[in-house]
Design a protein around this ligand. Structure first.
Ligand SMILES: NC(=O)c1ccc[n+]([C@@H]2O[C@H](COP(=O)([O-])OP(=O)(O)OC[C@H]3O[C@@H](n4cnc5c(N)ncnc54)[C@H](O)[C@@H]3O)[C@@H](O)[C@H]2O)c1
Length: 341
């Protein structure tokens, strides 16, 4: 882990802070001595969970970017990690207006509030590889055409572009990280709403077979600790003014792997388990992106970041983390609507 001494006393806002990646960031920031506010609407169907923040020292503010008074939350913020988003691909096709309300309208509210309350804050925005669509070449670098395969891809591209526009027009230091499949402790495992890997891990730990749809698709995977290190490196680069402002960067992980090999690696990580192969369901095939892996050389060159956790090691760590906690992670977090420390 790089030297994180520069974070002590910094005021940091993490939107989506009770979710999978937001909470992982809150833990790292807490350890580095930052003053952390985790803003989260605790929306059902997401990775939001109070337990995710246990012991990290962040102050959880339950508030919705769509309607909360964001000015006071942005007040005196030094760094914003913007992790809140509507992430469901199938969900965005069913309810594109709801998807756009979070990834479009709410982002504009946050941009306006931050401009007013914290004009000097730097921003690292959680973007996605989803809007490249079905790759026209592999690996995918940042010059690849944008061809969103679903409404979520359209809205997430809009969100990223609104933030980068804020850099171009108002000079705010902003970087967007286009994430690939992320996994690790605190991910949503009760179903496949966050990632198919979540339900695979659940089934494995329950001693049941998990389903592999297709199997030949290549994917790359980022372990949560590596994602956190990338967000911190991106913010540190913005704070130091080293030329990353205004740029979107791909973030990848270990070498790509077919889903069939991934399934086998997961069974090995769990010590036992089994899977069954299935045809890709027709309704999902229409929005599936097929094989993908990122060329993240630009981000590595700009910041010195590189993933440190290989896929097999990351899978083992993830399974081991969930084994004693599975039951707790099989129900939605029901305690909505209050603010806690
Ligand atoms: N996990 C991945 O593999 C992955 C891949 C690509 C991109 N991303 C992006 O990374 C970010 C974090 O993803 P995650 O996997 O941690 O998801 P997550 O569902 O675990 O976390 C998102 C959090 O945002 C909160 N949220 C959503 N709308 C909100 C609103 N209007 N106001 C306040 N809070 C709100 C949710 O309650 C949830 O806790 C998202 O923007 C997502 O698009 C994630």
């Amino acid at each position: 882990m790089a030297d994180r001494t520069g974070w002590a006393g910094r005021r940091v806002l993490v939107t989506g802070g009770a979710g999978f990646l937001g909470s992982a960031l809150c833990h790292a920031l807490g350890q580095a001595g930052a003053e952390v506010i985790a803003l989260d609407a605790m929306l059902p169907g997401t990775g939001a969970r109070r337990a995710n923040l246990r012991g990290c020292g962040a102050r959880l503010v339950v508030a919705d970017l769509r309607d909360a008074d964001l000015g006071s939350l942005c007040d005196r913020v030094d760094v914003l990690f913007n992790m809140a988003g509507q992430t469901s691909h199938a969900g965005s096709q069913k309810d594109p207006f709801g998807d756009l309300a979070i990834n479009g309208h709410a982002q504009l509210r946050l941009i306006a509030a931050l401009r007013q309350a914290a004009p000097g804050a730097v921003v690292v925005h959680a973007s996605t590889r989803q809007f490249y669509g079905r790759p026209q070449r592999l690996p995918v670098d940042e010059t690849h055409p944008i061809v969103p395969p679903d409404a979520n891809g359209v809205s997430k591209f809009a969100a990223e572009q609104y933030w980068l526009l804020e850099h171009r027009v108002h000079g705010r230091p902003v970087t967007a990280l286009r994430l690939t499949n992320c996994y690790g402790p605190r991910m949503r495992v009760m179903d496949a709403r966050q990632t198919f890997l979540g339900i695979w891990i659940r089934r494995l730990l329950e001693g049941e077979a998990f389903e592999v749809w297709g199997g030949d698709q290549l994917r790359d995977f980022s372990y949560a600790d590596d994602v956190v290190a990338a967000f911190l490196a991106a913010a540190e680069s913005l704070l130091a003014g080293t030329g990353t402002a205004g740029r979107p960067f791909n973030l990848g992980g270990d070498a790509p792997m077919s889903l069939r090999h991934l399934a086998e690696a997961l069974v090995t990580a769990g010590g036992s388990g089994r899977y069954v192969s299935r045809e890709f369901p027709a309704d999902r095939a229409a929005i599936d992106i097929g094989s993908y892996h990122a060329d993240d050389g630009a981000f590595r060159a700009a910041t010195g970041w590189a993933p440190r956790v290989g896929l097999r090691d990351g899978l083992r760590r993830t399974v081991d983390w969930f084994r004693p906690r599975l039951t707790e992670y099989l129900t939605e977090d029901e305690t909505e609507g209050t603010t806690v420390r």
